[in-house]
Design a protein around this ligand. Structure first.
Ligand SMILES: NC(=O)c1ccc[n+]([C@@H]2O[C@H](COP(=O)([O-])OP(=O)(O)OC[C@H]3O[C@@H](n4cnc5c(N)ncnc54)[C@H](O)[C@@H]3O)[C@@H](O)[C@H]2O)c1
Length: 373
């Protein structure tokens, strides 16, 4: 079987999730291409060497430019913070590599557009890692909508809640600095809800939003006696209008005490509704107005049957899967797209579209007015 050589840049949280995905994908899916985990790149030579050995990469490197220059590398997987996505992705595209990039695509619309222009000009395959699309229950939701089973769509209600910075003593990590992260809860987690909204309902045309930073100063990671300014939002709340007439809300917070990774959406249409909650990611709640009144009501689909998306590769019905599987499904779709020389979904076009809506939300929060996308 043909193979492709993969290089991963960044190896902490997402790097570990991606490493696991590259390692597992051909063990469970009949992929047209087998990925070889060639090289992992970080900045600290000792740590990246240890990561290579633990995560299963053949080699380690400390300069992503050297990695991109290697003719034996086919796919560049970017799992670094947002301030380096554009530079790495554009260089990778120019070198003719397949580019797989974490979300949000970039820190600004301009960077995101430059990235899309670079991959388009180079004619290379590109993908953005909005992995929640690849939870089988979410892909099933998409099938249900595309089959017209919800009828005309009226509402999208997206909520992505965490609480990891509610403690004011949490240090000023890169995720709390605008120059590194672009934005806070908005780009980090509202971007996922927004991607699901685009995937399931369609393009957003207009937004109004509010952003809030509850804790404005935090201890510096390297010198906790000193404090630095938090330059991103802790929470965002927005109302969105879709081109197809649907109305939605997207709320994201890092201050929702007790909520760890509460990624939920509900969609209501003329013929029924669906609801998904990542905390019960193997399930999809559905309601159909056509059901006989006596037995009508939300019912629960256990999305673990071989007929369900991606599930044939896994376990017998009812034997559930988890968070890491969404990444395995994402790289599976990427590999199949590369094998067929087709663009996978979601790709940099989706990334640019999301970035434009995020920017419109930020603008609206500043002007306190509706903003067209
Ligand atoms: N898809 C998801 O659900 C999801 C979840 C979390 C994070 N993310 C995204 O993944 C990306 C990384 O986030 P994270 O949580 O893994 O961050 P992290 O801080 O845990 O890891 C970032 C890694 O990048 C490395 N790095 C930074 N600059 C580098 C450089 N110039 N060269 C090589 N390595 C470099 C760091 O050393 C670290 O290993 C971000 O874009 C983030 O938004 C996506």
């Amino acid at each position: 079987m043909a193979h492709v050589n993969v290089a991963l840049i960044g190896y902490a949280f997402m790097g570990r999730a991606h490493s696991n995905a590259w390692r597992q994908v051909s063990r469970f899916f009949s992929t047209s291409l087998t990925p070889r985990m060639k090289v992992i790149c970080g900045r600290d030579p000792k740590n990246v060497k240890a990561a290579a050995s633990q995560l299963g990469w053949e080699e380690s490197a400390t300069d992503w430019r050297d990695v991109i220059a290697r003719p034996d590398i086919d796919i560049i997987d970017i799992s670094t913070p947002g301030d380096s996505h554009a530079e790495i992705a554009i260089a990778a595209a120019k070198a003719g590599k397949v580019v797989f990039c974490e979300k949000p695509l970039a820190n600004t619309v301009k960077e995101a557009e430059q990235m899309l222009a670079a991959v388009t000009k180079a004619g290379v395959i590109h993908m953005i890692c909005h992995n929640y699309r690849k939870a089988p229950a979410v892909t099933l939701a998409k099938q249900i909508i595309d089959e017209g089973r919800l009828g005309r769509l009226y509402h999208f209600r997206g909520t992505y809640l965490q609480d990891w910075v509610a403690d004011p003593n949490v240090p000023l990590y890169w995720r709390l600095q605008k120059e590194k992260a672009g934005s806070g809860a908005l780009g980090d987690i509202a971007s996922h809800s927004l991607d699901l909204a685009h995937y399931l309902v369609g393009p957003v045309s207009e937004v109004t939003a509010a952003l809030e930073t509850f804790v404005k100063e935090r201890p510096l990671p390297d010198d906790p006696k000193k404090k630095g300014a938090v330059t991103v939002d802790d929470a965002s709340a927005s109302i969105v209008r879709f081109e197809n007439g649907a109305l939605g809300t997207i709320e994201a917070s890092r201050f929702a005490t007790g909520r760890k990774n509460y990624n939920r959406f509900e969609i209501n249409g003329s013929k029924g509704s669906i609801a998904f909650n990542l905390e019960r990611m193997n399930e999809l709640d559905v309601y159909f107005t056509a059901d006989e009144k006596r037995v009508q009501g939300f019912h629960n689909i256990m999305v673990t049957e071989p007929e369900h998306p991606y599930f044939k590769a896994w376990w017998p019905a009812g034997h559930i899967i988890g968070y890491e599987h969404t990444f395995i499904h994402t790289v599976y779709d990427l590999l199949e797209a590369v094998a067929k020389d087709k663009l996978p979904s979601p790709n940099f076009e989706d990334g640019v579209r999301n970035q434009k809506v995020l920017a419109a939300m930020e603008k609206s929060a500043g002007t306190k007015k509706w903003v067209k996308v």
